[in-house]
Design a protein around this ligand. Structure first.
Ligand SMILES: Cc1cc2nc3c(=O)[nH]c(=O)nc-3n(C[C@H](O)[C@H](O)[C@H](O)COP(=O)(O)OP(=O)(O)OC[C@H]3O[C@@H](n4cnc5c(N)ncnc54)[C@H](O)[C@@H]3O)c2cc1C
Length: 423
């Protein structure tokens, strides 16, 4: 008999296990993969962006659809606590641009090792290669779990923390099991969609994007999301990269948080790129006119080099009806408008995303309305607690998602271990 069973040895499950075992609880941590923390070890491109130094109010602006839900978790264990937690385990941290905190060694592996070493040196039992297939409910309470692994087994405990993650990067073990387990016992699920992910675009006048532009990155652009009505819904400034079927890069990942749900609901969503955000349209038009007047003998492709890198000229030519060999003096005012439109508002329809295989997080999950934010206990099933991405919580890139996993992991464990264990 255990005091507490934790399902999933990811970021949230491991910190829950550490918190509970430090309080002298008999903990069983169950992981379906052959190794714990597979996702944690690849976070931040192998560097692990642990958290962010933004103050609570600003931090919350980057989190979830219902940031108030996170107040009790962050009040219990926030970024400073996280930094101290890891420094106590011997992992020094450094702050980088945008308040992002990384381990000083630059290795996500060190973050993982610090946690797993503490657990392996403790009385916590870690059962790997073991998949929880259902929760056992008796008289309305959760009392244990059924597993399949080398053999089918039943484990009993009065408290269970479901920390089995979302659906993104399924090869790490996060395959939506936690969401299904919650659904099996009657929890409402907010439909899940890939989030912080590249977006598929419909390329005009071309079956596929010109090969020259695949992998090409553009900095200092302004990207705006809009609906069919023209209503602007989000805007980001920064860097993006063209891919064969779409687009990715830091600002696209951030914008993707606003796109998925709209597409899921059948809305048409458009991406508008301003390649020249530092110059007003009128000014740019005047410059274009001047160039066309003074360089009339050059072909349009050569002239455009004054405005764009050659990769983007291929895109412009693909998206318009221009003959690239046309002499600049023959460019009509309509064609000049087309060029200007490309430079200031290059529009693509967004037709999907790159899927869970490439999504950093999952949007949707266990409905927060059915979870007590102060304890993270289910309002439907006493004894069942939630931690991490299995809940309908997602955030921007910048260390926010791991902080959510760690904070909810600590709060769930503190509350799950509050009462005397029931034998
Ligand atoms: C490539 C990548 C890079 C990222 N980089 C960052 C970053 O730098 N900073 C940041 O803040 N966030 C980052 N994230 C997001 C962050 O990793 C997640 O939000 C976080 O790991 C969620 O933690 P979790 O414990 O809820 O779930 P997970 O870490 O997904 O862990 C869930 C665990 O449960 C196990 N499991 C699932 N089902 C079962 C079952 N039935 N039985 C037993 N075990 C089960 C899984 O195998 C897994 O080990 C990144 C994500 C990805 C994919």
């Amino acid at each position: 008999m255990y005091d507490l069973i934790i399902i999933g040895a990811g970021a949230s499950g491991m910190i829950s296990a550490i918190t509970a075992q430090r309080q002298g609880q008999r903990v069983l941590l169950i992981e379906k993969m052959s190794q714990a923390g597979r996702k944690l070890r690849i976070t931040g491109k192998g560097r692990c962006n642990l958290t962010n130094t933004l103050p609570l109010k600003d931090f919350l602006k980057h989190c979830g659809s219902e940031p108030r839900f996170l107040y009790p978790s962050f009040n219990t264990f926030f970024s400073k606590d996280l930094v101290k937690f890891f420094e106590d385990l011997g992992v020094k941290t450094v702050e980088e641009r945008g308040g992002r905190i990384f381990p000083e060694s630059g290795k996500a592996q060190d973050v993982f090792l610090a946690m797993i070493n503490e657990l392996e040196d403790s009385d916590c039992r870690i059962l790997k290669n073991t998949e929880v297939t259902s929760l056992i409910i008796e008289e309305g309470r959760v009392v244990g779990v059924k597993t399949k692994g080398n053999k089918d087994q039943i484990f009993k405990a009065p408290k269970i923390i479901l920390a089995a993650g979302g659906e993104s990067y399924p090869l790490t073990g996060s395959q939506g099991d936690g969401i299904s387990l919650a659904k099996q016992v009657g929890h409402n699920i907010i439909p899940t969609i890939p989030c912080l992910v590249g977006l598929k675009l419909k390329y005009y006048n071309a079956e596929r994007i010109h090969p020259c532009i695949i992998g090409f990155g553009v900095r200092n652009v302004n990207a705006t999301l809009s609906l069919e009505s023209g209503k602007k819904i989000a805007e980001e400034f920064g860097e993006l990269t063209f891919r064969e079927e779409g687009i990715e890069g830091p600002i696209i990942l951030t914008l993707s948080r606003k796109v998925g749900r709209l597409l899921y609901n059948g809305e048409k969503v458009f991406l508008n790129i301003d390649f020249k955000p530092a110059i007003a349209e009128k000014e740019l038009d005047a410059k274009l006119l001047r160039e066309l007047d003074t360089r009339g003998k050059e072909d349009i492709r050569t002239l455009l080099r004054a405005f764009l890198p050659h990769e983007l000229i291929y895109l412009l030519l693909d998206m318009t009806s221009f003959d690239p060999r046309k002499k600049s003096s023959f460019v009509s005012s309509q064609e000049r408008k087309e060029i200007l439109n490309f430079l200031k508002s290059c529009q693509f329809e967004i037709i999907g995303d790159f899927g869970y295989e490439q999504a950093i997080v999952t949007q949707g999950g266990v409905d927060l309305k059915e979870i007590n934010p102060k304890t993270l206990e289910s309002k439907l099933i006493p004894g069942l607690f939630f931690a991490g991405e299995v809940m309908d919580l997602d955030a921007d890139t910048g260390g926010f998602n791991l902080q959510i996993a760690f904070s909810t992991g600590v709060l769930a464990a503190q509350d799950a271990t509050k009462e005397e264990p029931q034998e």
